[in-house]
Design a protein around this ligand. Structure first.
Ligand SMILES: *Cc1c(COP(=O)(O)O)cnc(C)c1O
Length: 406
């Protein structure tokens, strides 16, 4: 199909500023915290902003305890380490996610087992998850995936990584219940879900350990950063210890374990403190973007939106749509993406599932094609909290033209 057809030439040649998928949006007080850090010379991976930022995270999410770190990826790496994951262990991981959820499994030499999504939240399917657990338990997995040369003795997975993708909480009650039945700890990757909740309980607090990301495109940012949270203080204390090179209490440098350099800097944490002040506002703005898109686009044949099941509250980090070409007259998500790109609007296909990634292709996968279909049909629309009304109008207008100009 050719796109766009019959677009007025004027529209195509107008140079408009680029509309980003999701760009940083400062609240105004960030610089004050950063300046304070300079004025007091706390230009280090510790200081009042680090402590203050951790307190803010605890207060906002009611997570119990928080360690502020240099990235969400580092937080997942530490979480796996805290749970004792090491080479050869199985770790279940939601397939439909960003690669940073899965990479740390490989840092530790453990074996990721990827799990499909379900259709209600697009997150980890509890049924496929239990199938995978049983297959590990009874050793069936070594027959199903002989190329992995796994021992035939059954072993349970060491951990489960469940993700709240695009801000939508996963089916945590079902997942935690199954995990508890087999006594497997859960890591909740809430990198995209700060400010989301399920039946009033905040995302990040459902597993044994939760993680957040403050990368530049997330709902709030510290330019780069993350956090590890838990109701269990010993996990968080241990995370702080490991994140600062696992230095023992001695006048010289004494080490009894392998450490990491994963602490956040007092400068970045200062940005984080300012951003935490505007987080509720950012959630409201992102949800408004979603509501606007949905109101004007949901009646276009072939376009559908992910809705919140009862009790679910998504921060709507990114507004995502599915485009079914059998209902849209042949228009695909790629047609729309290219049509938007032509007028300098950034959009992006949904995450390509990990079990389809060349780097992870040879690892086990349990499921039946939901994540793959979401990838085929899904598109993320510009969703920044700093989008102007005129930007949204322009994007919506372009989408309508793309669908109605054939
Ligand atoms: C962004 C993200 C991460 C990684 O966080 P960084 O801070 O970028 O390292 C992990 N998981 C998911 C789902 C993410 O979106």
């Amino acid at each position: 199909m050719e796109l766009p057809n019959k677009m007025p030439a004027s529209e195509q040649t107008v140079t408009r500023k680029k509309i980003w998928l999701s760009s940083p949006h400062m609240g105004g007080t960030e610089e004050r915290y950063v300046k304070e850090a300079f004025d007091t010379n706390w230009v280090a991976p510790l200081g009042p902003n680090v402590n203050g930022f951790e307190d803010d995270i605890v207060r906002f999410t009611d997570c119990g305890h928080a360690a502020a770190l240099s990235s969400g990826t580092g937080a997942i790496h530490l979480a796996l380490s805290l749970l004792g994951v090491s080479a050869g262990d199985f770790v279940l991981c939601q397939s439909f996610t960003f690669s940073a959820s899965a990479n740390p499994i490989r840092y530790l030499g453990a074996i990721p087992i990827f799990i499909d999504s379900e259709e209600d939240t697009w997150n980890m399917c509890p049924i496929a998850m239990e199938q995978a657990i049983l297959s590990c338990q009874n050793g069936e997995i070594s027959r199903t995936f002989p190329s992995l040369e796994l021992p035939f003795t059954g072993t349970l997975p060491k951990a489960i990584i469940v993700v709240d993708l695009y801000g939508m909480p996963a089916k945590h009650s079902e997942i935690c219940e199954i995990a508890a039945k087999y006594n497997i700890p859960v890591i909740e990757d809430a990198a995209e879900a700060l400010g989301s909740s399920l039946n009033g309980k905040n995302c990040g607090t459902f597993g044994d350990i939760g993680i957040f990301s403050f990368n530049g495109n997330k709902i709030i940012t510290t330019s780069g950063g993350g956090a590890l949270v838990s109701s269990q203080e010993n996990f968080v204390n241990k995370a702080r210890h490991l994140s600062t090179q696992a230095r023992e209490d001695a006048p010289h440098y004494e080490h009894t374990e392998i450490g990491y350099n994963y602490r956040i800097s007092n400068i970045c944490a200062g940005i984080g403190r300012g951003q935490m002040e505007v987080l509720p506002e950012r959630v409201r703005q992102r949800r408004e973007n979603y509501a606007r898109y949905r109101t004007v686009l949901e009646n276009i044949p072939g376009i559908s939106f992910l809705q919140e099941p009862k009790g679910y509250f998504s921060n709507r980090w990114l507004t995502t749509i599915l485009i079914d070409p059998s209902l849209s007259g042949g228009i695909t998500r790629e047609d729309l993406r290219l049509s938007l790109a032509e007028v300098n609007i950034e959009s992006r296909p949904l995450w390509k599932p990990m079990h389809l990634q060349p780097v992870f292709r040879h690892f086990p996968f349990y499921g039946n094609g939901i994540a793959a279909q979401l990838f085929d049909q899904g598109l993320c629309l510009p969703s920044g909290s700093n989008l102007e009304q005129s930007d949204l109008d322009f994007i919506i207008d372009r989408i309508k033209k793309t669908f109605y100009s054939k």
